[in-house]
Design a protein around this ligand. Structure first.
Ligand SMILES: [Zn+2]
Length: 509
């Protein structure tokens, strides 16, 4: 006697179909599982047997073999349990012979027979959809996630008993997922730019960063409000596009960060790791690598406060994702790739005591200052588009509260600039000005004669690297877009040069 059902395995964000075959024959009573299994999957045998027993299904004293194929994929994790149990229910004729045909079955089992939620349901089901599979049986905890996959009929169950009922009736228990859970509408924030007094130039820099998704470094003395500014960046970011929501949710799903009942993520991530973070936690680590902080900030903000306090190796690890917009982690069994396209927002004091270049207060020697600033490597600095200064708060800033612009007002301008970019880059794969490749710069960032001359002078005067030069032009493109201008003017370039030359003041001053 033989039965077969389908499930999926996940490597990074890509899934592969796994067939769970069960066979029963006469012979010594034994229940075994084969097929290149990792530790947790080997243990599935005991979990499944006990869960079935506690659901009223006793395995007969026969020779029962379950095989997970193909044999070239190492199976790890606990998400195969339910499929194994269903293959046995079929084998024992507890459910119809054609049960589970044309569908995938995903879920972990508890010893009592309950079905527990698992990580990675969304990427698995997207993969299943690609294989032409249109229905699935998943844990009830994952049903909101499953419902986010368009055209996938999903049934969410709590126990093996419910699985039996489902296969008996064939009714899809499509839970009613309201718009709320599907992630429509704007996210709400409990902070707002209206609370930040003064800091007009830093706020302007944040607006430009948000509009073109440019990396930004905030530099200034302690207490100048750098962290306060950074925390408000998400409130002015453009909304996540539907495909971006899917991408972000896939990563959070694999990382096990989707709450039961939660559907698509609707706000851009804001991830702020502490400076003691290890490079493995930044890039992604573990035997089966889990997405790191730089992937969890995909399509959102990676905020590094106290940038020079991060270890050099942690900062170096950011170079690959900042260039390739993804992270690859190699393991003996396979290599895992996770997307990591984030806006880097970093904040730092200009020196150890925090008051350089205010020599009346800074007590550091020149060497101290250079050593401190030197912790940020040139290549990393080169990948930062905008360097903005947060200045010491003055009395007039503390007292002026009324005329501060709100996040909603700033966001309106950002959204207009984003709309211009969407129109310009339709069908090109480019989303924001910061994504323009070097070969496309001339095409999308055309400069007139006057503008060319200005750039030539700036290039010589502030000694730009080629990479920095291109970044500057991309920022100027965003400044023009914020103004609704198709052509980049000298004024746009000058403002961009201002953001670029600020870092020279500290690093080459
Ligand atoms: Zn100092």
């Amino acid at each position: 006697m033989y039965s077969c059902v389908r499930t999926l395995s996940l490597c990074g964000l890509t899934g592969r179909e796994i067939r769970v075959e069960a066979d029963m024959s006469e012979g010594l009573p034994v229940f075994e599982m084969v097929g290149y299994l990792g530790g947790e999957v080997k243990e599935a045998r005991e979990r499944v047997r006990t869960a079935l027993k506690n659901s009223g299904v006793i395995l007969p004293p026969k020779r029962i073999t379950v095989n997970l194929s193909p044999a070239d994929i190492k199976k790890s994790g606990t998400s195969y349990d339910l499929a194994v149990a269903v293959s046995l229910l079929k084998l024992l004729k507890k459910i119809p012979e054609d049960a589970g045909e044309g569908m995938v079955i995903i879920g972990e089992l508890g010893l009592s027979g309950e079905v527990l939620g698992v990580n990675g349901v969304l990427p698995m089901l997207i993969e299943a959809k690609g294989l032409g599979i249109n229905s699935c049986l998943v844990p009830a905890d994952n049903i909101a996630e499953a419902s986010a996959v368009e055209g996938m009929r999903s049934a969410g169950i709590h126990s093996i008993k419910e699985a039996e009922e489902f296969f008996g009736s064939g009714n899809f228990i499509q839970e009613d997922i309201g718009d709320e859970k599907q992630g429509d509408g704007r996210p709400e924030y409990n902070v707002d730019f209206a609370e930040v007094n003064g800091q007009e130039s830093a706020k302007r820099a944040m607006e430009i960063a948000a509009a073109g998704m440019h990396n930004i470094l905030l530099i200034g003395p302690p207490g100048s409000g750098k962290t306060m500014l950074a925390k408000r960046l998400p409130t002015i970011l453009p909304e996540l596009a539907p495909d971006e929501r899917m991408e972000v949710t896939k990563i959070y799903s694999v990382a096990g960060l989707i709450k039961p009942g939660q559907g698509l993520i609707r706000s851009r991530p804001f991830v702020a790791p502490h400076h003691t973070i290890s490079s493995a936690a930044m890039a992604g680590g573990g035997t089966i690598p889990r997405p790191g902080e730089c992937s969890l900030s995909h399509r959102g903000v990676l905020f590094l406060d106290e940038l020079p306090e991060f270890s050099r190796s942690t900062l170096e690890i950011l170079r690959q994702p900042m260039e390739d917009k993804e992270v690859t982690i190699a393991r003996a069994a396979a290599s895992y790739t996770y997307p990591a396209d984030f806006l880097l927002c970093a904040a730092m004091n200009p020196c150890k005591c925090g008051y350089y270049p205010d020599r009346s207060r800074c007590r550091c020697t020149d060497t101290d200052v250079q050593n401190y600033l030197g912790r940020i490597s040139g290549p990393l600095l080169d990948r930062i588009d905008i360097c903005a200064e947060a200045s010491r708060i003055e009395y007039k800033d503390i007292s002026s509260r009324d005329e501060n612009e709100s996040s909603a007002e700033i966001r309106k301008r950002v959204e207009k600039a984003v709309l211009m970019q969407q129109k310009r880059y339709e069908g090109t794969g480019i989303r924001f000005n910061s994504d323009i490749g070097v070969k496309d710069i001339d095409r999308y960032c055309h400069l007139g004669r006057k503008e060319e001359k200005l750039m030539r002078e700036a290039f010589d005067r502030i000694g730009l690297s080629a990479r920095a030069y291109h970044r500057l032009i991309r920022v100027a493109r965003t400044i023009a877009d914020l103004e609704g201008a198709e052509e980049i003017s000298c004024a746009h370039l000058s403002e961009a040069i201002g953001f670029r030359s600020l870092d020279r003041r500290y690093w080459n001053g």
